[in-house]
Ligand binder design. Structure first.
Ligand code: AMP
Length: 620
C-alpha cells in the first residue's frame, strides 16, 4: 500500500495526522488511542525520550526537561539544551514527527514515507525550510508544504461535495486561532478549484496568550492574599499554567470556574492553597484586548483580496481557540453572520493536508489548489531600499524576473541581498540570504544589465538567480538563511534520528511504563511528607510497602509487574488522599491543628520546591 501520502498538521500545542481512504480523509489515532498528538517532547533523567501524551503528562513534574511549543522557534537559531546536548527546533519537531510516523504505520499497517505538512500561511521561507528539514530528519519525504488555512478550505470544499452543486462558488474567510498563532485567509471555493485570494496573520497571538492572562490574574490575586510571589517557583508556575488552560477551556462552556491548587506554596504559617473563582465575564474582561487584536489581520486580508466584508459568504472557524465564545461573538459582530464550524476545528487542517496528498498521487482528481505566498520577496537596492519582485498574495508556484544595473562607475561586483517582508527598507524585512555576482565588465553606472529571477515553488520555498546579460555569467542560490541547516547537518541528524527511531520503538512501551511508575513513586513520597502526621501509621506503612514493591519490580525490569504495582500504588494513593482531604474539609483535623502541626515542624524540614508538587494532581 506504499505510495500513500499522509497529511500532518504539525501544531504548536497538538499535532494531527490524516490520510485519504476511499476518497475521504480519516484521522489516524496515536498509539494511546487519541487523535491529538501533543507536540511535547520530554527527556527523562535516565536519558529516555518521551513524546506526545506521555511527555505532556510528566511536564508538571519535569518542567526543566520538557519542551513545549517548539513551533514558535522554527526557523530561528534557538537551541534546546538538555544535559550536554543541544537540539535545534528542527530536531525536536522531528521527534514529534517520528512518533506520528511510527504510530501511523502501526495503525495503517504499511510504511509511511511521504507527507504533506502544513504551516501557518505567514511562515517565512526559513520557517518553511526548517519544517521541511524536520520531516527529512524524521525519515519523511515532505512532498509539499501547504498553508494551514488553505488546507482547512480544501477539507471544507470536500465536505460540501454533494451538498451543493460543485459549481457554486463561495468566498470563505478562514479564521484560524490556534495555541500560538492567528491566521486569516480569504479563499474562493467552487467548481473543483480552491483559490486563495489573500492571507494575513499574527504569529504571536494564540490560546497561550489567553492562558497567560488567567495565570497573571491568579498570581496577582494570590500575592494580594498571601504576599507570596509564585513567579519564582517553577513547579508552581507549571501547575498554574496547566490550571489556567483548563479554566479557559471550561469557561467556553461554563459561566464560571473554580481554580483549585492545593499546596501551591508554603510560608512559616504552613501550606497555602490556591482556591479561586473566575467568571466568564471577568475572563473576557482580562482578555478583551486580545480579541480586539484579531480584527486587524482579518480586515487586512479582506482588503488585500480586493473584496469587501459583505462579499464574504462564510466564515469558517478553525483551531482550538475558536471554541471561546468571545471569539465567536467577535466573528458575528464583524461579519454579521453566524460562524461555521461544520468540520471539527482540531482535525480540519490535517484532513486538508491529506486531501492535498491524495491529489498529488492522483487519488483525488476533481480538485485543484491555487495557493498564494503571504509575504513579498525582493532584493536590497541602492540606499537600503527593499525592491519587491514577487508581491505578497501572488499565486504559487511563480517566477518573476527584473533587470537591475550598477550604482557606480566601473562596478564589477554586485551583491544580491534577498529579503522577505512588507516594509519599505531592507533593514526592516527578514533577510533570507545574500550572494555576489562577480566579473561584471567595467562600464559606466547604469549600463550593465543584471537579470534577477525569483522562483517560488509550491512549498513557498525560494530560489534566486542573477545573470549578467553581457557575459551570460550566472549565480544562483536556494535560499538558506543562516539559521537553516546545511545538507550535511541534516544528513547527520537523519542518521541520529534513525538510530533513535529503532531504539525509541523498542523503548517506547518500557519508557511509558517506567515513567508512570516513577511519577507514582514521587507522588507517594510527596504525599507522605506533605500529609505528615495527618496520615495514619497504617496508611504510611501500606504506602511504603507498595512503593518498595514497585521499586523492586523496576529493578528487575519486570514490565507486567511494574504496571500492576503502579496501579496498586495509584489506587492506594487515591484512597489515602481522598481521606485526607475529606478530613481537612470536614474539619476533623481542622485548619488550626494543621497550622499548629506545620509550626511545630523543625525549620530544616521546610518543604523545598519539589515538595510543593501536589499529589492532588487530577491528571495523574
Ligand atoms: P490548536 O493549535 O488548534 O490545537 O489549538 C490549541 C489551543 O486551543 C490551545 O491554546 C487550547 O487551550 C485551545 N483550546 C482547545 N479547546 C478549547 C476550548 N474548548 N476552549 C478554549 N480554548 C480551547
Amino acid at each position: 500500500m506504499a505510495g500513500k501520502i499522509v497529511g500532518i498538521d504539525l501544531g504548536t500545542t497538538n499535532s494531527v495526522v490524516s490520510i485519504v481512504e476511499g476518497g475521504e480523509p480519516i484521522v489516524i489515532p496515536s498509539s494511546e488511542g487519541d487523535y491529538l498528538f501533543p507536540s511535547v517532547v520530554g527527556f527523562s533523567k535516565t536519558g529516555e525520550r518521551l513524546i506526545g501524551s506521555v511527555a505532556k503528562r510528566q511536564a508538571v513534574s519535569n518542567p526543566d526537561r520538557t519542551v513545549l511549543s517548539i513551533k514558535r522557534y522554527m526557523g530561528t537559531d534557538h537551541k534546546v539544551q538538555i544535559d550536554d546536548k543541544q537540539y535545534t527546533p528542527q530536531e525536536i519537531s522531528a521527534m514529534i514527527l517520528q512518533k506520528i510516523k511510527a504510530d501511523a504505520e502501526a495503525y495503517l499497517g504499511f510504511p509511511v514515507e511521504q507527507a504533506v505538512i502544513t504551516v501557518p500561511a505567514y511562515f517565512s521561507d526559513s520557517e518553511r525550510q526548517a519544517t521541511k528539514d524536520a520531516g527529512t530528519i524524521a525519515g519523511l519525504e515532505v512532498v509539499r508544504i501547504i498553508n494551514e488555512p488553505t488546507a482547512s478550505c480544501m477539507a471544507y470544499d470536500k465536505n460540501r461535495e454533494g451538498e451543493k452543486s460543485s459549481d457554486d462558488v463561495e468566498t470563505v474567510l478562514i479564521w484560524d486561532l490556534g495555541g500560538g498563532t492567528f491566521d486569516v485567509s480569504i479563499v474562493e471555493v467552487g467548481g473543483g478549484l480552491v483559490e486563495v485570494k489573500a492571507t494575513a496573520g499574527n504569529s504571536r497571538l494564540g490560546g497561550d496568550d489567553w492562558d497567560q492572562r488567567i495565570m497573571d490574574w491568579l498570581i496577582e490575586e494570590f500575592k494580594g492574599k498571601y504576599n507570596i510571589d509564585l513567579r519564582s517557583d517553577r513547579l508552581a508556575m507549571q501547575r498554574l499554567k496547566e490550571a489556567s488552560e483548563n479554566a479557559k477551556i471550561q469557561l467556553s462552556t461554563e459561566t464560571k470556574v473554580r481554580v483549585n491548587l492545593p499546596f501551591i506554596a508554603a510560608d512559616a504559617t504552613g501550606p497555602k492553597h490556591l482556591d479561586m473563582e473566575l467568571t466568564r465575564v471577568k475572563f473576557q474582561e482580562l482578555t478583551a484586548d486580545l480579541i480586539k487584536k484579531c480584527e486587524e489581520p482579518a480586515l487586512r486580508a479582506i482588503e488585500d483580496s480586493g473584496l469587501n466584508i459583505h462579499q464574504i459568504n462564510k466564515v469558517l472557524l478553525v483551531g482550538g481557540s475558536t471554541r471561546m465564545p468571545a471569539v465567536q461573538d467577535k466573528v458575528r459582530s464583524l461579519f454579521n453572520k453566524e460562524p461555521s464550524r461544520e468540520i471539527d476545528p482540531d482535525k480540519v487542517v490535517a484532513m486538508g493536508a491529506a486531501i492535498q496528498g491524495a491529489i498529488l498521487v492522483g487519488e483525488v482528481k476533481d480538485m485543484v489548489l491555487l495557493d498564494v505566498t503571504s509575504l513579498s520577496l525582493g532584493i536590497e537596492t541602492v540606499g537600503g531600499v527593499f525592491t519587491k519582485l514577487i508581491e505578497r498574495n501572488s499565486h504559487i508556484p511563480c517566477s518573476k524576473t527584473r533587470i537591475f544595473t550598477t550604482a557606480a562607475d566601473g562596478q564589477t561586483v554586485v551583491e544580491v541581498h534577498c529579503l522577505q517582508g512588507e516594509r519599505e527598507l531592507a533593514a526592516h524585512n527578514k533577510s533570507l540570504g545574500r550572494f555576489e555576482l562577480r566579473n561584471i565588465p567595467p562600464a559606466p553606472r547604469g549600463v550593465p544589465q543584471i537579470e534577477v529571477t525569483f522562483d517560488l515553488d509550491a512549498n513557498g520555498i525560494v530560489n534566486v538567480s542573477a545573470k549578467d546579460m553581457a557575459t551570460g555569467n550566472k549565480q544562483k542560490i536556494t535560499i538558506q538563511s543562516p539559521t537553516n541547516l546545511s545538507r550535511e547537518e541534516i544528513d547527520s541528524m537523519v542518521k541520529d534520528a534513525a538510530i533513535y527511531a529503532e531504539e525509541d520503538g523498542r523503548r517506547r512501551e518500557e519508557s511509558t511504563i517506567r515513567n508512570k511508575a516513577n511519577i507514582e513513586i514521587d507522588t507517594a513520597e510527596h504525599t507522605m511528607r506533605d500529609l505528615g502526621e495527618r496520615m495514619t501509621p497504617e496508611h504510611r506503612s501500606a504506602l511504603r510497602d507498595a512503593t518498595d514493591r514497585l521499586r523492586t519490580s523496576m529493578q528487575a525490569f519486570d514490565l507486567p509487574k511494574i504496571s500492576a504495582d503502579t496501579k496498586t500504588l495509584q489506587d492506594l494513593l487515591f484512597s489515602i488522599s481522598t481521606d485526607a482531604y475529606y478530613a481537612l474539609e470536614t474539619g476533623r483535623v481542622g485548619a488550626d491543628q494543621a497550622k499548629a502541626q506545620a509550626a511545630e515542624a523543625p525549620a530544616e524540614e521546610e518543604p523545598d520546591d519539589a515538595d510543593l508538587f501536589g499529589w492532588f494532581n487530577k491528571e495523574e
